[in-house]
Ligand binder design. Structure first.
Ligand code: PGA
Length: 254
């Protein structure tokens, strides 16, 4: 089965609303020729409305970087799924390693956020990944299985249509160290096996698994050429329109 490649720029805490608009204006004509790929960006909350407006009528998807699980209430600093939906975003990233590392995200909160986003009609990119210590201690598979079992607990096969998994080895994020395509592919094959155990072979065949961690223009093609790598979640290389476009084009054209 062929899965459509999905490449998303995770802008993290970068770009004001004006900068997001300027990026989209520059990227828009480049995106027009990007076929057989889904391309998205995830700006900060304060830039979402401007980004949604600027991306109207284009093939650029706009998503958020986090969502709270409650509908409303006393959660200072948080944003609900309905709020994101009203702004017009299509998807949300959940469980990024920076959220796990700095903001106390756990598999349980990943699961709650994912369910709230799905209930509001948003697609979800669920991030998983092992630390360097875990990889060196031969714990990678155990860590990923726990993250998948916890993060996707209670979801149905139908829900899984709206889920993309992003495998991001923590040691490769923002470090310039990329997992080799073989290593990433093997690990992502393992993740697919876990999805098969949880939801059956058909869901596992369909689910898209992105690689993330120092993916850029000059390594995107060899990563995405691998059978279990269905795209990328891109930090640094998504911040400039030209480098993001180069990455997407290399990923889909080889
Ligand atoms: P990077 O970030 O591409 O800058 O390594 C990837 C991510 O954290 O999603």
């Amino acid at each position: 089965m062929s899965r459509k490649v999905i490449i998303v720029g995770n802008w993290k805490m970068n770009k004001t609303a004006a900068e997001a608009k300027a990026f989209i204006a520059e990227f828009k004509p480049m995106a027009e020729s990007m076929n057989n790929v889904q391309v998205g960006i995830a700006p900060t909350f304060t830039s979402l409305a401007a980004a949604v407006e600027a991306a109207k009528g284009t093939n650029i998807m706009v998503g958020a970087q986090n969502v709270h699980w409650a509908e409303s209430g006393a959660f200072t600093g948080e944003i609900s799924a309905a709020m994101l939906k009203e702004v017009g975003v299509q998807f949300v990233i959940v469980g990024h390693s920076e959220r796990r590392q700095y903001f106390g995200e756990t598999d349980e909160t990943v699961n709650k956020r994912t369910k709230a986003a799905l209930a509001a009609g948003l697609d979800v990119i669920v991030c998983i990944g092992e630390s360097l210590e875990e990889r060196e201690g031969n714990k990678t598979e155990c860590v990923l299985k726990t993250q998948l079992n916890g993060g996707l607990a209670g979801l149905s096969a139908v829900d899984m249509d709206k889920i993309v998994i992003a495998y991001e080895p923590v040691w490769a994020i923002g470090t310039g160290k990329t997992a080799t395509p073989e290593m990433a592919d093997d690990t992502q094959a393992f993740c697919r096996k876990v999805v098969a155990e949880m939801f059956g072979g058909e869901v596992a065949e369909k689910v898209r698994i992105q690689y993330g961690g120092s993916m850029k223009g000059d390594n995107a093609a060899e990563l995405v050429a691998k059978p279990n790598i269905d795209g990328g979640l891109i930090g640094g290389a998504s911040l400039k329109a030209a480098s993001f476009a180069e990455l997407v084009n290399n990923a889909i054209n080889g």
